[in-house]
Design a protein around this ligand. Structure first.
Ligand SMILES: Cc1cc2nc3c(=O)[nH]c(=O)nc-3n(C[C@H](O)[C@H](O)[C@H](O)COP(=O)(O)O)c2cc1C
Length: 173
């Protein structure tokens, strides 16, 4: 699958088959994640891999009751390691680059998953403190995305996009 096909066919998927996602597949997804660009190549990302049912339930609760999270065989939580980029970039690194870099890594995971016949959903609606407690995150490590991943059990239609004509500005706003 070429990159354009992966971009076009990636869909937020909230229903999964019971098939497992292997350790090797998770490794492949994370190898794709760390190929993402990052400010000054500081790579301010850490990944928590969750397979335990109780941990998944606790995450779903922290994610405002999004129960579909528990139906994925594996959940990857992408975390921003703010000190790692703040070392060079100070507040801009901690508050902006760390989020941009982890978002780029997340999109790489989703595109790689698509190319591998897997799917996932970027879950951003959660209580930061609750997720940090569940995962025992150290101070200054911010959970950015909860990513349930599995073999897709549904084929969602693409939600409509705003047309390019409405959002392109030439030379000035
Ligand atoms: C920052 C961000 C936060 C999101 N949070 C959630 C979420 O909490 N729960 C959910 O089901 N989907 C969430 N989504 C997925 C969006 O609903 C989805 O990307 C959007 O509807 C477009 O659909 P598509 O991904 O299939 O193109 C989130 C996506 C992004 C980028």
């Amino acid at each position: 699958m070429d990159v354009f096909e992966a971009i076009k066919t990636r869909r937020s998927t909230r229903r999964f088959k019971s098939e497992d996602v292997s350790e090797e597949q998770v490794e492949q997804l994370l190898q794709a994640a760390i190929m993402a660009p990052s400010g000054g190549n500081m790579q301010p990302w850490d990944f928590i891999i969750i397979r335990d049912e109780e941990q998944k339930k606790a995450l779903a609760k922290a994610a405002l009751g999004q129960r579909f999270i528990t139906t994925a065989p594996v959940v990857i939580v992408v975390c921003a390691n703010k000190p790692r980029t703040a070392r060079r970039y100070g507040e801009r690194g901690a508050e902006l680059y760390s989020l941009q870099d982890t978002s780029a890594a997340t999109q790489n995971i989703l595109l790689a998953a698509t190319a591998m016949g897997l799917a996932g959903c970027w879950v951003g609606a959660f209580n930061d403190e609750a997720v940090s407690n569940v995962l025992k995150l150290p101070k200054n490590i911010r959970p950015v995305v909860i990513l349930p991943i599995g073999v897709p059990g549904e084929s969602p239609r693409m939600p409509p996009r705003i047309s390019l004509r409405e959002i392109i500005h030439n030379e000035k706003w």
